[in-house]
Write a protein that binds this ligand. Structure first.
Ligand code: SAH
Length: 258
C-alpha cells in the first residue's frame, strides 16, 4: 500500500523551480500525500464541491492535495488561443495538441494521465480503489469538441467517462472521479468500515437505511433492525441487498452469479 502514513506524510517538500513561489499554481506541495494534478481551462472551478464536507476537511488537513495547471497560460499568441476549428470541417472547436502538450509538460505529472471523455472507459468503484492505492493522478479536462487526438496518443492518456451523456467540460467529471477516489484514502471518512459495505463495493447495491424517529408518517422502522439480534439483522440486510440488486440492476446481478 502506497498510502501508509509515513514519517514524511504531510510535510512540505521543496522542489527547485525557476518560477517564484508566488507565481506557482496553487498551494505548497506536501510530500507523500495522494495528489491530483489537474490541467484545465477553468482552474477556479477546483476544488469546487471537493472543498466541502469530508473531502474538504481532508484537503485542508493535508490527507490529499490537488494542484491545477491553467491551460490558458500555454495558449498561442497575444490572445492565448487554446483551440482551433476541426480539421475536415464540422461544428465547434478543438483544443490544440501543442497547447495541451505545453501544459502537460509544465505539470509535475504523477500516476496515470487521465483524459475525462465521454468516449472513455466507464469509471467504476474498482477504478476508484486502484487510483486510491497509487500516488495520485494527472487529469486533463477537455472543453468544446474535445482534444486533438495526437495529444491523447502522444502521452498515452487513458480516457475515462463518468457516464453515457455529454457534459460541456471535464471539470465536473474530474470532481466526480476525485470524490469517489479521495473518500477511499486512509483517514478521509473517519469511519473506514463504511466503504467496505456500501453499494458497488462487493458487486451489490446497499440495503435500505433507517434512523430515528422509529415511527414517521405512519411508517415504522422494520422491527428486525430494532430487535438487537445481530445475526438476524445481517441476514435481513443481505436479503434486501440481493433483492434490490436483482430488481434494479440485473446487469450487476448477472455479473455476480454467472
Ligand atoms: N465531442 C465530444 C464531446 C466533447 S464534450 C464527443 O462527442 O465525444 C467536452 C468535454 O467534456 C470533453 O472533452 C470531456 O473532457 C468532457 N466530458 C463530456 N462528457 C463527459 C463524460 N461523460 N465523462 C467524462 N468527461 C466528459
Amino acid at each position: 500500500m502506497t498510502n501508509r502514513l509515513t514519517k514524511s506524510h504531510g510535510r512540505k517538500s521543496i522542489r527547485a523551480s525557476l518560477r517564484p513561489r508566488s507565481l506557482m499554481d496553487g498551494p505548497e506541495e506536501l510530500a507523500n500525500v495522494w495528489t491530483a494534478r489537474i490541467v484545465t481551462l477553468f482552474p477556479d472551478t477546483f476544488p469546487g464541491v471537493l472543498g466541502a464536507s469530508l473531502t474538504g476537511k481532508a484537503l485542508k488537513d493535508g490527507k490529499w492535495q490537488m494542484h491545477t495547471t491553467d491551460l490558458r497560460l500555454y495558449g498561442e499568441g497575444k490572445h492565448r488561443n487554446v483551440d482551433d476549428t476541426p480539421s475536415g470541417g464540422g461544428a465547434g472547436m478543438v483544443l490544440r495538441a501543442d497547447v495541451v502538450g505545453r501544459a502537460i509538460e509544465a505539470t509535475h505529472r504523477l500516476g496515470p494521465i487521465l483524459y475525462m471523455s465521454p468516449r472513455g472507459r466507464p469509471f467504476t468503484q474498482d477504478m476508484a480503489h486502484t487510483l486510491a492505492q497509487g500516488p495520485g493522478c494527472t487529469i486533463l479536462c477537455g472543453r468544446f469538441e474535445g482534444v486533438d487526438e495526437r495529444a491523447i496518443a502522444h502521452y498515452g492518456m487513458q480516457e475515462v467517462s463518468i457516464g453515457d451523456y455529454v457534459l460541456t467540460g471535464g471539470e465536473l467529471a474530474a470532481q466526480v472521479m476525485l470524490d469517489a477516489t479521495v473518500r477511499l484514502l486512509p483517514g478521509v471518512l473517519g469511519n473506514e468500515a463504511s466503504t467496505q459495505e456500501e453499494s458497488h463495493s462487493n458487486g451489490f447495491l446497499e440495503h435500505p437505511q433507517y434512523t430515528r424517529p422509529t415511527e414517521w408518517m405512519g411508517r415504522e422502522i422494520p422491527s428486525v433492525l430494532t430487535s438487537g439480534d445481530h445475526g438476524k439483522i445481517a441476514e435481513w440486510r443481505r436479503m434486501q441487498s440481493e433483492e434490490l440488486t436483482k430488481t434494479r440492476r440485473p446487469d450487476l446481478w448477472n455479473k455476480r452469479t454467472s
